[in-house]
Write a protein that binds this ligand. Structure first.
Ligand code: PMV
Length: 367
């Protein structure tokens, strides 16, 4: 499949007005995407747990306008007009216009809010971009349905989700993994049938029950702005001395992950997931220029998790995204001792003792 698949043919002329609301979750990668080519094509495959509670809720109001020469939109966060978000959305619209050729026919009001604090250091780009992509897909659906027979077939549903993921990817790479749950693969590879560089796909193989309700408690170690953005970090993988080995490793790790997901081997899961997290940060530390996104408390948390695991045998592990916060991963059956440990020992390393309890989820919903 190529990008052409997502360019609508013979889109009707009618432009209905309306309003649509979607909520879309964040996701946490187990095998990390780090490094991309032009047009947000990942250099290696990744797999993530879709989250359940950390979400963006976006209301998109759309009104047909007279002129068709520019994009026209306003953005509100928690009811407040935020012009700072406009350049990012302008760039997003420019990238996706060829796939949604009606964009310049409308004035859009984008009202967005997150279920997690904006300044928490949790990236809202995955949930935010996926929620916006879904809203825009609903506009496309309405334009088409006003003119042709309503199509609720499995094929139409699949196209809707695939194109929403495809568009979300053009906003922020990892956002393409937030449309559906509960395990999503993105990036072409030989291990997962149907995998694509263009959009995320549901992991299609057997998954052990232990992973079906896996928990992710996010420790907000540092809520500050990151010193180096993901975009800059991805770009530093060009000419990175370890890049090719890293990209190959992600393929190899995906193969290992497939076996782990089926068998429920938690020791192997812990080893692989923690190694992926540290490898991601090792790539940052070995780029030129180099940088470190972990903070002293990130390391203190990691050591405390290792000590606790050794002492108790409870299969708790960590992963990191591109920041200082720590995602604490564990099976639901171990929630009591792990939460006790977090409350007793780890909370001291969180800014304002702040952490968020989340778990694996099923993807976005139209409200
Ligand atoms: O989606 P981006 O461009 O913000 O990149 C995010 C990359 C990581 O979060 C570090 C890893 C991943 O696969 O989500």
């Amino acid at each position: 499949m190529t990008e052409q698949h997502f360019i609508p043919k013979n889109l009707p002329e009618t432009r209905p007005n309306g309003q649509i609301v979607w909520e879309s979750p964040s996701n946490i990668a187990l095998i990390k995407y780090w490094g991309k080519r032009e047009n947000q094509i990942p250099e290696n495959p990744s797999i993530s747990f879709t989250l359940n509670h950390c979400k963006t809720i976006t209301t998109l109001s759309y009104k047909a306008k007279e002129t068709h020469d520019t994009f026209s939109f306003d953005v509100f966060l928690d009811g407040e007009k935020i012009d700072d978000f406009k350049p990012k959305i302008q760039t997003f619209f420019e990238r996706i216009e060829v796939y949604l050729p009606f964009l310049k026919d409308y004035h859009f009001i984008i009202e967005t809010k997150n279920t997690f604090p904006h300044s928490s250091g949790i990236a809202s780009s995955a949930s935010g971009m996926s929620a916006l992509a879904l809203c825009l897909m609903s506009v496309e659906k309405q334009i088409i349905e006003l003119n042709v027979i309503q199509n609720e077939s499995d094929e139409a549903h699949k196209y809707f989700n695939q194109k929403a993921s495809f568009l979300a990817r053009l906003g922020s790479g990892s956002a393409c993994r937030s449309i559906e749950g509960d395990l999503i693969v993105w990036g072409e590879n030989k291990i997962v049938d149907g995998s694509s560089n263009l959009f995320g796909t549901k992991y299609p193989y057997p998954v052990h029950d232990i992973f079906k309700d896996y928990q992710d408690t996010i420790l907000l170690v540092d809520k500050g702005e990151k010193q180096v953005s993901s975009t800059v970090g991805h770009n530093l993988m060009h000419n990175h001395p370890y890049a090719q080995n890293r990209f190959q490793q992600a393929h190899d790790n995906l193969e290992k992950m497939k076996m782990i997901l089926e068998s429920g081997d938690l020791d192997a899961f812990i080893g692989l997931v923690e190694s992926e997290a540290l490898t991601l940060h090792a790539m940052m530390m070995t780029s030129m220029p180099y940088f470190i996104l972990m903070k002293p408390n990130t390391l203190k948390v990691i050591h405390a998790i290792w000590d606790f695991r050794k002492k108790t045998g409870v299969p708790v592990s960590f992963t990191l995204d591109a920041g200082a916060n720590v995602h604490v991963l564990y099976p639901k059956r171990d929630a009591v001792p792990v939460l006790e440990f977090i409350n007793k020992e780890l909370v001291a390393y969180c800014q304002n003792e702040h952490f968020i309890c989340d778990q694996i989820g099923q993807g976005a919903n139209q409200l």
